[in-house]
Ligand binder design. Structure first.
Ligand code: ADP
Length: 327
């Protein structure tokens, strides 16, 4: 079953902005990333899915049910982009309130089973230590963790997260990524609205790209990247190297003699001997030849791969092609 299935879904604000004609499928059990620059229409799209905006036109189901059906809403967890909890509440009180919004009776949210669920979920998002503190003193990152706890509270089958890591530091992001992977392993489908490309690169099985309200591409991430990438033909290749010394550059250039690999480019080198090189290669064999050349020269090869296959390059290419086309 498709967990999210939309056809020609449109919502504008008095005919402007929003998103238009979005046809998108999210399969069960995957992490799906919705990408796009600010103002692309990502939040508008997820607000329709969460039942906060009524579409102008088009059709959509979530969990096999038309938008807004209470049966689907109960199986859906949603973390909005901008939210603020009441300052005077504790995390437990916030979650009790969310339990009631999700259909639990007040009596059920005071029962020991629910309280133990609250403790578990606070532990899961890394807020155990702050369980008795008032939300008013929480940092943005802590608020975001609590928002995630609220979205996950009732064991949803589908979780829609609008920028879940935007206020988190690198450690927090790492923890949330790990948590999302664990959820996927348990069979939960996750729809992630984000502009953090490294999150998408590491987490997502599938992705879609929105630009100025329109869907430009969607599908399995590896396919999107390989469709836009160089495949086996000419490409810019990246090499991450170790053991770099000041005179390595001139020695390398002497070896390649500036002819065959005339586009060898040193992107950066730091004091600990790490360096990043790019080279224009005509095929994979030439990249392999360069790799062995680096190793033969005494360098350590940490990583090598086609440059334009990175998500960032894809993102820029998608946005650039659209801008170019609009001119
Ligand atoms: P994203 O989440 O990708 O940043 P949004 O869905 O928030 O994009 O916004 C898409 C477009 O719709 C933007 O041009 C934005 O200005 C416009 N927009 C969003 N919300 C509103 C609103 N409540 N009223 C008017 N315009 C809006």
């Amino acid at each position: 079953m498709m967990m999210i299935d939309t056809s020609d879904l449109t919502k504008t604000y008095n005919g402007r902005g929003g998103c238009r004609g979005i046809t998108l499928q999210v399969p069960e059990g995957c992490i799906f990333g919705l990408l796009g620059p600010n103002g692309a229409g990502k939040s508008t799209f997820v607000k329709m899915l969460a039942g906060l905006h009524r579409p102008d036109s088009g059709r959509a189901t979530i969990l096999g049910q038309p938008l807004g059906k209470p049966e689907a809403r109960r199986r859906l967890g949603y973390l909005p982009e901008l939210f603020r909890f009441q300052d005077w509440l504790t995390p437990e009180e916030v979650l009790r309130f969310h339990g009631q919004l999700g259909g639990l009776r007040p009596r059920e949210t005071r029962a020991s089973a629910f309280r133990s669920r609250v403790r578990d979920i606070l532990e899961l998002v890394g807020l155990s230590e702050a369980a008795d503190r008032r939300v008013g003193g929480f940092s943005k990152g802590m608020q975001q963790r609590l928002g995630l706890a609220a979205a996950l509270l009732l064991d949803p089958e589908l979780v829609i997260l609008d920028e879940p890591a935007s206020a988190l530091d690198p450690v927090g992001r790492y923890e949330i990524r790990r948590l999302l992977k664990r959820l996927r392993d348990k069979g939960v489908t996750i729809f992630l609205n984000t502009h953090l490309l490294e999150d998408v690169e590491e987490l997502c099985d599938e992705a879609a790209f929105l630009y100025e309200g329109e869907l430009l591409a969607s599908g399995p991430l590896h396919k999107l990247l390989s469709d836009s990438g160089p495949g086996d033909s000419a490409a810019n290749w990246r090499f991450k190297l170790g053991g770099w010394l000041t005179d390595t550059w001139s020695e390398l250039n002497a070896i390649v003699d500036g002819a065959l690999f005339s586009t060898l480019r040193l992107v950066e080198a730091d004091e600990s001997g790490n360096a990043l090189l790019t080279a224009h290669v005509t095929d994979r064999e030439q990249a392999g030849y360069l790799s062995s050349l680096f190793i033969w020269s005494g360098l350590t090869l940490y990583e090598s791969g086609p440059e334009s296959n990175s998500l960032e390059a894809w993102f820029l290419q998608m946005a650039g092609s659209r801008q170019g086309g609009a001119k």
